[in-house]
Write a protein that binds this ligand. Sequence first.
Ligand SMILES: *Cc1c(COP(=O)(O)O)cnc(C)c1O
Length: 350
Amino acid sequence: MISFYPGPSRVHDEVPRYVKDAHKKGILSMNHRSEEFMKLYEQTVNLLQKKLNVPKDYSVYFTSSATECWEIIAQSLVQEQSTHIFNGAFGEKWFDYTYRIRPSAQAIKFELDSDLPENLSIQSNELICITHNETSNGTCVPLKRIKEIRLKYPQHLIAIDTTSSMAGTRLDFSQGDVWFASVQKCFGLPAGLAVMICSPTAVSKMKQIGEKKHYNSLVVIDSMLQKWQTTYTPNVLGIYLLMRVLKKSKPINEVSRKTHERYEAWAAFFKSSKHIRPLVKNKRVQSQTVLALEADPADIEKIKSRARKKGLLIGNGYGELKSSTFRIANFPALKKKEIKKLMDFLKLYR
Ligand SMILES: *Cc1c(COP(=O)(O)O)cnc(C)c1O
């Protein structure tokens, strides 16, 4: 079965071989306080910096999921109020989780086909939360807009959920303070690990707040990082697999170019379609990594079930868009011939 699900998604072909290697090399029972683990952590961080263009002075932490990152941010980087700007289900979930920890969290919603607004009525001067790639509806906030928000709100920390874009498209880490993603989307790895990348400003803010009530309090995680250590037994296998995949992957600019070409090919493919339309009409805010497509609910059911019989797993719509849309991942682990197979199949229903 070829998975076009936008997460958990198709893993890189080499993953089973890497798992075997991990077993042979004793990684599966590696002690996380050992010298070997410290080396693995350091090596993986170096590769992330090199392959994804993460600035050298940014700190890289491992957590278990993007959801955990939402909570860590609410606990350790917000004192009173964060501002959440979103147009879809993941941005809203981030707000909901934060709201339970910081009840004065502010939500600003915007429309599906509009740009994330530049003029915001932000109530506090703490933290702005943006979902870069909204996996539920296939929208994306252009990097240019993030830069504009940065210029306009220089006093705020900016946190950006890049779960379905990091490692798939180029990001400009200098324009934000907290960037995070779990690895079961663009990284092409099994779930259970996430990376969280913090700017020096975010690090000094977390120290100034000094919140230490949780096993995953960020200052504690940061102090462990100084010794290439973690606060709990981490997903060592996940980190090892990430290291191996990064080692083999092309620099992000090259990956990003390929993602863009494939996205353009999909856009052209659906342009001539009568029955299937992109949910998002404004190309400027269309996601390059997750395609959300709209069609008649009965057609969608038919397409999904027939695709499955052909060994093609198409993503369901998410949340309230479940029956009116379906989703196709445009993640790097997918192969050219697999995309062609799905296009050839969808030609029958266009
Ligand atoms: C998948 C996803 C999440 C949740 O990731 P978990 O690893 O399940 O916590 C959060 N945000 C976005 C944008 C996502 O696509």
